[in-house]
Design a protein around this ligand. Structure first.
Ligand code: HEC
Length: 137
């Protein structure tokens, strides 16, 4: 009986470890690549360079690489009004793409680490959860 309940707990432990396991950064980037193709590529383009004056670049974007939390907020809540990206002014509208927090973390890990971009940061859904709309004002 003791052995039976012990193996029950071991099984339960293994199962919850499996179910609640967080993604690695590489797995998140991979998932983000797919999200990018579905939700971002039509404006920011496959090469991440956008369209000068209309859709800002993500590749080598100083805005993205220096303002990770603002970039998360823009994807999470939508972004409008004047911003400056690599010395060029944009005054457009990006609507909220309807992604959940984990999808936003994945696509952020992808755009921060694709093209020639690279970032030490590992964006988690917990970080996305904490970002408030008020930081955009
Ligand atoms: C319909 C076109 C459109 C789509 C789709 C779109 N964006 Fe944007 N994005 C924009 C525009 C326009 C801006 C600039 C908004 C402004 O001027 O305030 C922007 C700004 C940004 C910025 C901050 C500026 C920069 O270039 O670093 C990031 C980061 C960003 N978008 C990421 C994404 C991601 C990730 C997705 C997909 C989940 C996405 N966008 C989907 C049009 C789009």
């Amino acid at each position: 009986m003791k052995i039976l309940s012990l193996s029950y707990f071991i099984l339960l432990g293994a199962l919850s470890f499996y179910l609640f396991q967080e993604k690695t950064k590489a797995q998140s980037i991979k998932a983000g690549a797919e999200i990018y193709q579905d939700f971002c590529v039509q404006c920011h383009l496959a090469n991440g360079e956008g369209v000068s004056g209309v859709f800002p670049p993500l590749r080598a974007s100083d805005y993205l690489l220096n303002n990770i939390d603002l970039s998360i907020a823009g994807i999470k809540f939508g972004l409008k009004g004047k911003i400056v990206v690599n010395d060029e002014e944009y005054d457009g509208v990006m609507i909220n793409q309807g992604l959940d927090e984990e999808e936003i973390a994945d696509v952020m890990n992808y755009i921060l680490n694709h093209w020639d971009n690279s970032s030490e940061a590992f964006i988690t859904k917990e970080r996305v959860e904490q970002i408030q709309k008020s930081i955009l004002q």
